[in-house]
Design a protein around this ligand. Sequence first.
Ligand code: DGT
Ligand code: CA
Ligand code: CA
Ligand code: ZN
Length: 575
Amino acid sequence: MNNQKIAEIFNEIASMLELSKTSNIFEIRAYKKAALTIESLPEDVSDIIEKNGIEGLTELNGIGKALAEKINEFVKTGKIKKYQELKKKYPIDFKNLTRIQGLGPKRIYALYKNLKVSNVEDLKKVIDEKKIRSLPGFGQKSEEELEKGLKLLESSKGRILLGKALPEAELIIKQLKDSGLVEKVVLAGSTRRMKETVGDLDILVISNIPEKVMEFVTKLSEVENTIVIGPTKTTVWLKIGISCDIRVVSKESFGAAQQYFIGSKDHNVKVRQIAIKKGYKLNEYGLYDLKGKIVASEDESNIYEKLGMEYPEPEMRENRGEIELAKENKLPKLIQLDDILGDLHVHSTHSDGLNTIEEMALEAAKLGRSYIGMTDHSKSEYIARGMDEKRVLKYFDEIDTLNDKLNGKIKILKSAETDILKDGSLDFSDKIIEKMDYVLASIHTNLNMNKQDMTKRLLTAITSNKINIIAHPTARLINQRQPIEFDLDKVFQATKDNNIVLEINSYPERLDLNDENILRAKEFNLQFSINTDSHRVNNLELLRYGVGMAKRGWLIKKDVINTLPYEKLIKVFKK
Ligand code: DGT
Ligand code: CA
Ligand code: CA
Ligand code: ZN
């Protein structure tokens, strides 16, 4: 695939341009935007060129003539001259170094110039040698932060984001279903439980021709190589960088196998103890009585039933109290994707999105949503082309016009992703805020404040009586950036007292709030909003990851504000 490679090169070019005094912000943005577009294309750029030439590329969002030619250059020659020239000047592994928390292009360059750091290995070395603390502009605190960032990156090794794992699993499952070789296929493991990162894929199959199934699996285009192949279990290494376990099980024990392989391990251990207490034995083949007679095995819910438990949805199976509730028939009726009626965090070309408001609205309507809230960035988000007050007024005008034009097909709410500044004040004046249907506020800068100051900053915003939703409340990026530090309980309490809604951001890198924080926030009986933070039309489908998180946090429909129909929602915001 050329796409991934080109996107990486464009991102690196953007990093290097940030270092050069002569380059301009528009050029840097153009490369970043193009990288986003290329990364998410359903077909390889070479196919596009073959079909429609360079013009096929310029039709894509965010790709002008100059960038189209660079893409063509790569497809034809395998390189991009501009990239190679920049690389000569900056022989630095920006791709991996920028993944470390606290390192942007400028700091990376400072490390390179002063300490000859050009890759992650070098960085590790100078941290071990405690050389960074004496560097101007860094200091001991930075050194410690970088050490933490490095650990975070290393601990993520071997696990990938749910947002990558689930579509891959679905692709494999679909091919197995279409193969005609299997009677049934289901997803198990952490992917089925919608855990935010996944160590490997687990797929269960019923088939009476297991050898054929396994051979089929090893030949899938997603597979890089075969690790072990056998009639009941095969493990393959996938090109996306994790392995996949395929197990063929008998129809009779399919329920028991599901119960076992969906996991989690902690959940299973506890369930097995319950089985033992009841005089049974439970394993991946079935639930047996003391004489070895099968009590339940074909159907998963039968196993729970025989153990005197309600059926827990996979997302809950983490041994966080769900087993006790299941025994008392008190499991919550978890929220479902279809309960969500609208999306309250959506970007467009007015800031850093790739599609127009109208395109976003029409796509959302197609997905069955009845409203979207437009939340392009505010002016402090300079790189993201945040809107100043003049532009935001035009933005609202455009939304009014579109609402007339769309005639109720879908409703568009007026908002903006308003930065919470360092002192807790907002990035828009009251005059602008009053024109919004609701205010979505978030923290993007000064993420390193200490816990006390960050708590104060958030409390100032929360008690200002100006905001409705706090977006991605901890600002973490999975495997890349630690959550900001604040007193969770204080902030959750204030959120509740001030009728503010906390977002569950569905973006696979964010998933923020995460499951644990949702469980904790839920104790305060506050409201949540599950949003996509879409930056292009195909992002609108990310909602299922946020819903997955919500289910892992035990939320029910009435905990989530965007399950309300438009009229009711508007009333809640007006209050
Ligand atoms: P992962 O792959 O690290 O993201 O997490 P899982 O949960 O998918 O773990 P994995 O692939 O090692 O195993 C799949 C399921 O199999 C796991 O969720 C529960 C079950 N399992 C694996 N090992 C054990 C075990 O030692 N005891 C029990 N009771 N269950 C196990
Ligand atoms: Ca797994
Ligand atoms: Ca596994
Ligand atoms: Zn956003």
